[in-house]
Design a protein around this ligand. Structure first.
Ligand code: ZN
Length: 55
C-alpha cells in the first residue's frame, strides 16, 4: 500500500546541513544525500549534509 519503490519521495535518513544545521529527510544519492523537498541544496545554499542519528 505504501510501497516507496517508485515514488522517489520516501526518506532513507535524516540529514543536517553542515553549515546552518537545518535538518531534512533525505535519500542517499551516490556519494552524498539529496534532501527531499529541495533541489539538493539547503535553504542557506550549502550542499553538504551529514547524517543525524535519530531514534
Ligand atoms: Zn544550511
Amino acid at each position: 500500500m505504501d510501497d516507496d519503490s517508485d515514488t522517489g519521495g520516501s526518506p532513507d535518513v535524516i540529514v543536517g546541513c553542515t553549515d546552518c544545521n537545518s535538518t531534512y529527510p533525505a535519500q542517499r544519492a551516490g556519494d552524498g544525500f539529496r534532501p527531499i523537498g529541495t533541489d539538493g541544496t539547503c535553504d542557506c545554499g550549502n550542499d553538504e549534509f551529514e547524517t543525524i542519528d535519530a531514534d
